[in-house]
Design a protein around this ligand. Structure first.
Ligand code: ZN
Length: 170
């Protein structure tokens, strides 16, 4: 579970983010790991599928849901790598699927849940809240996301400002 290993798996997620970028989707990628092994990966397809909930993390979880369930029943360790701090929907899916640990790249100052205090939630949610490790390949993730936003200033200008404000504090 060292940083080098986290970087290795984040690179797989980041490659999915790059693929998303090249097809015009929001550049976010995710990869699933069970007991140390890579299970699969996917990228955001909100534009391609014209479906706003098609986030990388949600797609990966859905695709490998039965593998996750099997792993949890065998008390194996389930980890999700994502280039961007998960949103409310994806954190919900992470909690429902009892994912043990989430490793993310960049904080999302607009929609991220990584900095949320789970004590504010009811017991089931706070009890299944994952361990979180942030900042893995943060700068690469930030650069790709903000490049995407800069190219779509009209739609993304406000969110881009939030990202740029955040960066000043790094
Ligand atoms: Zn999401």
């Amino acid at each position: 579970m060292g940083l080098e290993e986290d970087i290795r798996f984040m690179q797989i997620a980041f490659e999915e983010a790059r693929l998303a970028y090249s097809r015009g989707d929001v550049p976010v990628g995710a990869a699933l790991r069970i007991d140390g092994r890579l299970i699969g990966m996917d990228g955001n397809t909100t534009r391609t599928l014209q479906e706003w909930s098609s986030h990388a993390e949600a797609l990966v979880i859905k695709k490998y849901a039965s593998a996750i369930q099997r792993a949890k029943k065998q008390e194996q360790y389930v980890e999700l790598y994502t280039t961007l701090d998960p949103c409310l929907q994806c954190m919900g899916a992470i909690v429902l699927n009892r994912i043990d640990r989430v490793i993310y790249g960049c904080i999302d100052p607009n929609a991220g849940m990584a900095e949320f205090d789970p004590k504010q939630l009811k017991p089931w949610y706070s009890g299944h809240w994952p361990k979180l490790t942030g900042g893995v390949m943060r700068d690469e993730s930030y650069a790709l996301l903000t490049q995407y936003m800069q190219e779509r200033e009209k739609d993304w200008g406000k969110i881009l400002k939030l990202f740029e404000e955040m960066r000043k504090k790094w």
